[in-house]
Design a protein around this ligand. Structure first.
Ligand SMILES: *Cc1c(COP(=O)(O)O)cnc(C)c1O
Length: 313
């Protein structure tokens, strides 16, 4: 039995109405650890156990760390998650809740990651958040599930951080004979390493992540994501943080599911009638999920981004 569940594929009335085309949702937000990440991380962790590994080490304070902790608990393998001091109390709590050992180290992820790497012994497996072919094989299962229903979308919308989800979906499309199906990628301003790389025709590194969509906050996408973008149809779209947060709010009202702005970035394409969707009648949206947002946080972000009142004195 895999560690992920088969998620529902539903046609969304509210999103279809908003955008004037049929929108199909693959509800990865319903995975027990809250995001698609358990598909790839679950597969990778099961592989590592078969190889004789006895401990998993992760350096993600986000959904990858939570998925690794979940996988370890279900496989009875201890997990260490090293996170930087900037990781929120909420994320720390979620990692501890899954029974993982939480180590807080360094101001930034680079320092936390360096400590995680230095802890690796022969019997330990490092669980990467996005750059690992095993992960992509696991993420691809979400497309297998769509194909097995007999439905065939015209295009797929998904969010890109480090590009692991994109590589996995591309693999799923390839192995189901859908290699020519366009993928429309969503990122937020300030976490748009993929769109910039495609525009520059070279893999770009962002100086800093300035978006609130922290789950999209890889300064550089993995090499495979960039290579695939040159080999298959891909249309990158970049939305504002505000559009992503507003999409989360509307989605909560419409489908009663709370997702992170990282996921809201994709949903915003439907709610804001993105031009990139034009010409597609049946669009599959990967509702990637994410557990590090709360209703309170959505409100705070929106309040911080709101136009200042009384600009005229
Ligand atoms: C990890 C994650 C992403 C980005 O996935 P990548 O594989 O890094 O591109 C998007 N949304 C959520 C909720 C995530 O957890």
């Amino acid at each position: 039995m895999p560690l992920h569940i088969e998620t529902p594929l539903i046609e969304s009335e509210p999103l279809s109405q908003a955008t004037g085309r049929r929108i199909w949702l693959k509800l990865e937000a319903l995975q027990p650890p809250g995001s698609f990440k358990i598909r790839g991380i679950g597969l990778a962790c099961e592989f590592h156990v078969r190889q004789g590994k006895r401990r998993f080490i992760s350096s993600s304070g986000g959904n990858a760390g939570i998925a690794a902790a979940y996988a370890g608990r279900h496989l009875s393998v201890p997990v260490v998650v090293v996170v930087p001091e900037s990781t929120t109390e909420r994320a720390r709590g979620l990692i501890r809740q899954q029974g993982a050992e939480l180590v807080v180290h360094g101001a930034t992820w680079n320092e936390a990651n360096a400590l995680a790497q230095s802890m690796l012994g022969d019997e330990d497996a490092f669980v990467h958040p996005f750059d690992d072919p095993l992960l992509w094989q696991g993420h691809a299962s979400l497309i297998d599930e769509v194909a097995s229903t007999g439905a065939k979308p015209d295009a797929v919308v998904l969010s890109v951080g480090g590009g692991g989800l994109f590589c996995g979906v591309a693999e799923g499309l390839r192995r189901n004979g859908w290699n020519d199906m366009p993928v429309i990628t969503a990122e937020t301003v300030g976490a748009d390493a993929f769109a910039r790389s495609i525009a520059a025709n070279g893999r770009m590194t962002l100086d800093a992540i300035t978006s609130i969509a922290t789950s999209l906050g890889a300064k550089q996408v993995c090499e495979q994501a960039f290579l695939l973008a040159g080999q298959r149809p891909v249309h990158p779209v970049v939305v504002s943080d505000l559009a992503a947060v507003q999409a989360c709010e509307r989605f909560l009202d419409d489908h009663r599911i709370l997702v992170e702005p990282a996921c809201g970035a994709s949903l915003a394409l439907a709610y804001d009638k993105a031009e990139a969707l034009q010409g597609f009648d049946n669009v599959l949206m990967v509702v990637c999920g994410g557990v590090t947002a709360s209703v309170d946080l959505l409100r705070q972000w929106k309040a911080n981004m709101a136009e200042p009142l009384n600009t005229l004195s």
